[in-house]
Design a protein around this ligand. Sequence first.
Ligand code: GLU
Length: 318
Amino acid sequence: MNKSSPKDLQKVVEQSLQYAKSFENNGKVADYIPELANVDQDALGIAVVANNKKIYTAGDCQKLFTIQSIAKTISLILALQTAGKEKVFSKVWVEPTGDPFNSIVKLETKTHIPLNPMINAGAIAVVGVIDTQFPFASFLELTRKLCNRDDIYLSEKVYLSERISGNRNRAMAYLLKSEGVLEKDVEETVDIYFKMCSVEVNAIDLAYFGSVLANDGVNIFTGERIVEDWIVTIVKTLMVTCGMYDGSGEFAINVGIPAKSGVGGGILCAVEENFGICAYSPKLDDKGSSVWGLKAIEYLSKEMKLHFFAGSEINEYY
Ligand code: GLU
């Protein structure tokens, strides 16, 4: 590494976009929630919030999309903050499943306690323990803080679409209720879960959130601690082991950054004490992660040496 000649990060971010777009995108937008299909299919946006307090962007990084599964990281933070570690982990484990995010099978064959908070069953169990009077309002407030933007809202259209099409999630919630894992009312709990998934963000918002995670819970712009560091450790570890669906192992090898993807097309990343990153593009691979988003992040990781086992210092950027 040559400290005397820092690299132009803006250029690298733009190159990551070109690199991603050089791949034919045979992915498919999620349509099992019908409203998710109503998007600009070729959108691609990348945003990086760096610890030098600069923000680097390329492409459609202001375009709004629903946060979907990335909400699972925020609901977990909220549950740990309000109900505590012991209560939360009496309702959900921390082990990868190797199954798709919406799989129900292990709730019957392995344990009635969902295997981790990053799959739908686990997230529903987590929502069930959030200990505030109005869990969705608390979630929205926390999301706004983490993303550094006050005017973040729910997409009513996506929320209603999730409610109509969300019977698989309901099935899981009823199973959890029947086993005593879910203590609260099923319909109320899944409704809060649907609302959380339907919150609209853009790539810059999630890059800010990534930066908070990268800095152990602190907003580097204001110095405010938003999340306790022990909670951030848990969340980032679960992002590594379970954040990229049943592709988490492959992602850890190829890219090596704690990350969480959602079927809205977003991928959130946190590079320890350096960067918050988000890539957004709605066409998904068969596991549910953004095809172009994965390519862009893979490029950034290789070019900037971001892999957690890269063994060399990250280049200096301006
Ligand atoms: N709302 C989606 C669902 O429950 C979230 C899934 C995801 O992004 O992985 O199916």
